[in-house]
Ligand binder design. Structure first.
Ligand SMILES: NC(=O)c1ccc[n+]([C@@H]2O[C@H](COP(=O)([O-])OP(=O)(O)OC[C@H]3O[C@@H](n4cnc5c(N)ncnc54)[C@H](OP(=O)(O)O)[C@@H]3O)[C@@H](O)[C@H]2O)c1
Length: 294
């Protein structure tokens, strides 16, 4: 179900985690007129946000004090759990929009934690990467109680171009995992096709030209292929987080008794590339897994 709210309210918002995604999301929320307080483990990463009218807090507890909506945008479920467990007594009844990608098991644990903390939990992973986050053009997959929708909507409308609502907590994360299986397969296929072209003595651009504009083409192929060809691995989505997502979707598939051979191969490629020191680069650097170590 689609939502295009016109809610004029401006809730006080706390954003925990100002990495590749959290920082631009905090900026777009603030730019929409909502008061924003952020916290990040490494304070220096969050510090530039102060120039955009955002308050940088020293602790998660300080960031969430008085917040009506709490956004978590941290690396994984364990980190989210640790940070949220440490916030003491958060504002009773505040909405917690959990927007990191944490998988099914952690989403269930975090929903239970929200209940213990007296927070209203919204499972709200996002599609889109650094660029869409900077432009407030993410797609938000949101699942939570009906009474949380209006309260979370101003934040979702600020960070996203589209919000897709589901009734059951967990449904959003399940669809996010399905979408990620597609993204990871495309990225691996791109890396392997370019590596094979190189290995066979071809210019990889011949392959790109061949498929360009036809039914085999994909915008994503060109984005990741350019990163590889230009050797620009500035992370939009880090290889380490992609490896984490590959593990999450394999766990989900295993529990659902679905065999995911491509995802398993992608997980192995990403782990191998991370082991070779590429974990902080963009996931396009999975390309390096195609070559023998020197
Ligand atoms: N980038 C994308 O394209 C994209 C798209 C959709 C969803 N996501 C998901 O969104 C989440 C954030 O992604 P991102 O790209 O913003 O990742 P990121 O740049 O790696 O940022 C990770 C954040 O988690 C924090 N963190 C890591 N370990 C921590 C710990 N032990 N204790 C406290 N904080 C810790 C980092 O703090 P420090 O700065 O101190 O390290 C940083 O704030 C991930 O779940 C990712 O899978 C990413």
């Amino acid at each position: 179900m689609e939502s295009s709210t016109t809610n004029e309210e401006r809730p006080r918002v706390a954003v925990l985690g100002t990495g590749i995604m959290g920082a631009p999301m905090a900026r777009t929320i603030a730019a929409s007129g909502m008061p924003v307080r952020v916290w990040n483990r490494t304070r220096s990463t969050a510090a530039p946000l102060a120039g955009d009218g955002i308050t940088v807090a020293d602790t998660p507890e300080e960031a969430v004090a008085g917040a009506e909506v709490i956004v978590t945008m941290l690396s994984d479920g364990n980190v989210v759990e640790r940070v949220m467990s440490g916030i003491g007594g958060p504002p009773a009844g505040a909405v917690w929009t959990q927007m990191s990608t944490v998988g099914i098991a952690a989403t269930e644990r975090l929903a239970a934690l929200a209940g213990n903390l007296g927070l209203v939990f919204v499972d709200a992973p996002v599609l889109g990467t650094r660029g869409p986050a900077e432009n407030g053009a993410l797609t938000v997959l949101a699942a939570g109680p009906a009474d949380a929708r209006d309260r979370a909507a101003p934040v979702f409308d600020a960070v996203g171009a589209r919000t897709v609502w589901f009734d059951d907590v967990g449904a959003a994360t399940r669809l996010k995992l399905v979408a990620n299986s597609w993204v990871l397969a495309l990225t691996s296929a791109t890396g392997e096709a370019l590596a094979l072209a190189r290995g066979l003595g071809l210019d990889p651009r011949q392959f790109l030209d061949l498929v360009s504009g036809g039914p085999l083409d994909s915008a994503y192929l060109h984005i990741k292929a350019e990163a590889i060809l230009e050797q620009d691995y500035t992370p939009s989505f880090s290889l380490a987080n992609a490896a984490k997502d590959a593990r999450l979707l394999l766990e989900a598939a295993d529990a659902a008794e679905v065999r995911m051979d491509l995802a398993a191969a992608t997980a192995e490629r990403l782990e191998r590339a991370a082991g070779d020191g590429h974990g902080g680069k963009d996931m396009a650097a999975g390309y390096f897994a195609s070559f023998r170590r020197s």
